[in-house]
Design a protein around this ligand. Structure first.
Ligand code: NOJ
Length: 763
């Protein structure tokens, strides 16, 4: 597996042992440094730096297990940042080179893809969003920051804030789904988790919001392909989570790979200067995605490498991330001499990078305490937090006849069937590199330990998941494809699974995708259950025995058949290090599912894109039957998720029937737990503006809160609605507007909520 092989490779290098004479990096600044001090120090440094040294600060390079390949460039001050080094000894080695050998002793900043955990792997981000609980995200990224900083990483390439409305796009797994309001809440929470109260907070790291912006709208869901996004969608939908991250103080941003309306995001001055810096006042720095500056030529945008560097810098990309020596490093000095860019521009970009290093305390404390990381990475409370997070992210999609929770002791034999049910790697999902696979609890292991000695738990995989192409990471790290079963063996394995189900009291069928079927360069054209999973599902269901379907996947799949033939379906996403224990807690009732979908679940790929916040158009009464051959509603709506209990919403009230433009109001409603189990409900507030300067969506989310309610008790939820919530970016005025209009309000447990109130906004 990639990180392991890289780590092993890295370990093979013999490095001097460094005793950390300083406090650990990331534990550097007990107090926040003032902006004036930062600016003064940046100015003083820039005064002493040569042009080449400044350009060095703008250059970042990957280190794939061979640190000696970059040492010389680091010593010459040609690199300001490295990524993908995770061994604290190697980090110290390279940092010593930077601090001791460069003329001005400027430390490196070490970046890494800390996406959903470092050693403790949390559920994948699409799952974290399904918690509808920003505190789960904040806690998860706080732990990720603590673990990553303990090895000397200063900077996470996360959060990924791309709105995804096309699940064929494999990177949907990395984000918070389709909705800008939920996405914004999750964005801010992650920034707080990574960075803590301020940049440079002890045991925290710099966050990097990505991929700025519009990457999630790749045509056809094909990763890296161009996006065409109308301006109003851009402002009202795609940019919203990024703006929320800026408001939360995010310290860096990554420019995306793709063309946005025919201008590459990495050469897009409108995005990086007009929106990000001028409109939003972002004062961090921008790094390109890997090789995205060089790719400006590939786009048919830049003439050559030098033009790519010039256009990247002119657009506002401060630092170039590069697999080898980058375009900035190779050509920017000549571009200055040739008058294509100015020294002032280079100063500005280098100043932003230096400011981040100063804020992080890297000049005072460049080294990491190598011994300490072992203790941090082993912390049991991190695993406990992960288990709780995984429990809060699961979504119960169906539970006919209350099959779930399984009654402890009621089943003498349980069949666990499925190709990923006992796979540690698949339990973690994509973008997990630094885990300890040995401690990863698979669903089979979790179910076995929960079921106890009196219950026989048997396992068979049933099918293989085979892939047509090896994934991006498989190619980079030369992972050989697993040997394929012959047709005869495949048939025998399905029969074995059927026999096992027939001879067991209950079957837990674990289906979905292998972990690398979503993530980067992992788009799919169909949402079918992969390989022979559907065949396995139908064959096992034909036994007539009770079946619980547990899904592990990073995108919605076509489960139309299961949704009418299988009594219980639990969406577990890729649940992480303690995933098996968490899922077992949910299956046996030690935890109650309360997660909700952060996207509308399509019936099949032909419905894509399908999002709840669409407009009403001609013949709305036929909106649900726009297709000849399939309904046009989703299989499960946005915000949907069941519980082991039931809830009822009532008594919705608006604080004022009418407010003026610029005024706020409140919406309240009662939520009652009408069942016998203490459980969570996510109360959701949707609004609809009835008329305005442009057509408005049928409903949009404007508030949510996850509440735990004891059995048969009631609570009141309150949602403030501010002018900010009631405005939108209008194509008519090409600006933000708040229209006088009439508004509908709904409060309920998903986006089809029908508890209604209304209010008016007057001039
Ligand atoms: C490319 C990916 O698009 C980005 O998300 C990631 O952070 C960088 N590579 C670095 O690995």
């Amino acid at each position: 597996m990639f990180p392991r092989s890289v780590r092993l490779l890295a370990c093979a290098y013999v490095f001097l042992a460094f005793s950390a004479a300083h406090a650990p990096a990331g534990a550097a600044s007990p107090d926040q440094i003032t902006d004036e001090k930062v600016h003064a120090r940046v100015a003083a440094l820039l005064k002493q730096m040569t042009l080449e040294e400044k350009i060095g600060q703008l250059s970042q390079q990957f280190v794939f297990g061979k640190p000696d390949e970059v040492e010389d460039a680091v010593a010459k001050g040609q690199l300001g940042s490295l990524l993908f080094v995770t061994d604290p000894a190697v980090i110290n080695q390279l940092q010593h080179v930077a601090v001791e050998k460069t003329r001005l002793h400027i430390p490196l900043i070490f970046g890494y893809d800390v996406i959903h955990g470092f050693r403790t792997i949390f559920p994948v981000p699409i799952g974290m969003a399904a918690s509808w609980d920003p505190s789960v995200e904040e806690k998860g990224q706080t732990i990720a920051a603590q673990e990553a900083s303990s090895v000397g990483i200063n900077w996470a390439f996360a959060p990924m804030l791309d709105i995804a409305r096309d699940p064929r796009w494999g990177r949907m797994v990395e984000g918070a789904g389709e909705d800008p309001y939920l996405g914004s809440a999750m964005a801010a929470a992650q920034v707080r988790g990574f960075q803590g109260p301020y940049i440079g907070s002890p045991e925290h790291i710099l966050a990097c919001m990505k991929h700025f912006a519009g990457y999630g709208a790749a045509e056809g869901g094909r990763d890296y392909d161009a996006s065409y996004i109308p301006e109003d969608q851009m402002w009202n939908v795609y940019l919203q989570p990024f703006h929320a991250a800026v408001k939360a103080g995010v310290g860096s941003a990554m420019s995306a790979y793709m063309d946005l309306n025919d201008v590459p995001a990495t050469g897009n001055r409108w995005l990086l200067e007009d929106v990000l810096r001028k409109d939003w006042g972002f004062n961090g720095f921008v790094v390109s995605d890997a090789d995205a500056v060089k790719n400006l030529k590939t786009h048919g945008f830049a003439k050559d490498l030098s033009d790519a560097a010039v256009r990247g810098l002119n657009a506002g990309v401060d630092m170039e991330m590069s697999l080898g020596p980058g375009a900035y490093r190779q050509t920017l000095a000549a571009a200055v001499t040739g008058g294509k860019v100015t020294v002032a521009q280079i100063d500005e970009a280098a100043g932003r990078v230096l400011a981040a290093k100063i804020r992080l305390g890297l000049f005072e404390h460049p080294y990491v305490d190598e011994a300490r990381s072992k203790q941090i990475l082993a912390m049991p409370e991190h695993r406990t937090a992960e288990r709780l997070a995984a429990e809060r992210t699961a979504v119960l999609l169906r539970n006919e006849g209350h099959l779930l929770p399984l009654k402890p002791g009621a089943n003498h034999s349980i069949a666990v069937i499925g190709p990923t049910a006992d796979s540690q790697l698949d339990t973690l999902g994509s973008w997990a590199f630094q885990q300890d696979l040995n401690e990863t609890v698979t669903l089979l292991t979790g179910i076995r330990s929960k079921a106890g000695a009196g219950t026989e738990v048997s396992y068979t995989s049933g099918v293989q998941i085979k892939r047509k192409f090896p994934s991006f990471f498989d190619q980079i790290f030369h992972v050989p494809p697993s040997p394929e079963w012959s047709p005869e063996q495949a048939a025998q394995e399905i029969q074995k699974a059927v026999d096992l189900a027939r001879n067991s009291d209950v079957t837990i069928l674990v289906l979905g995708e292998a972990q690398n079927m979503s993530g980067e360069a992992a788009s799919r054209e169909s949402l079918d259950l992969p390989g022979k999973e559907q065949q396995l599902l139908e064959a096992v269901a034909a036994t007539g025995k009770p079946i619980v379907l547990v899904l592990m996947n990073g995108r919605p799949l076509d489960i139309r058949w299961a949704s009418t033939h299988v009594p219980a379906i639990l969406e577990a996403w890729y649940p992480g290090t303690q995933g098996g224990n968490a899922v077992a807690d949910l299956l046996f009732g030690d935890a109650v599912p309360g997660g909700k979908l952060s996207f509308a679940w399509p019936r099949d790929a032909g419905q894509i894109p399908i999002n709840y916040a669409h407009n009403t158009t001609f013949q709305p009464e036929n909106q649900a039957r726009r297709y000849w051959d399939e309904e046009s509603t989703p299989l499960y709506p946005f915000g949907y998720g069941l519980s082991y209990s039931t809830f009822s919403f009532s008594n919705v009230k608006v604080s004022q029937p009418s407010v003026r433009v610029g005024q706020s109001l409140d919406v309240t409603a009662d939520v009652e737990n009408t069942g016998d189990t203490t459980a969570d409900e996510v109360a959701q507030l949707y609004i609809h503006q009835q008329y305005g300067s442009t057509s408005r969506p049928v409903r949009v989310l404007k508030g949510f809160t996850r509440v735990t309610i004891p059995a048969h008790q009631k609570t009141t939820v309150r949602f403030p609605l501010t002018p900010e919530d009631l405005r939108y970016w209008s194509t008519a005025t090409r600006d933000w507007v708040q229209d006088p209009s009439d508004f509908d309000v709904w409060v309920g447990g998903d986006s089809t909520a029908d508890l209604h109130a209304s209010f008016a906004v007057t001039p």
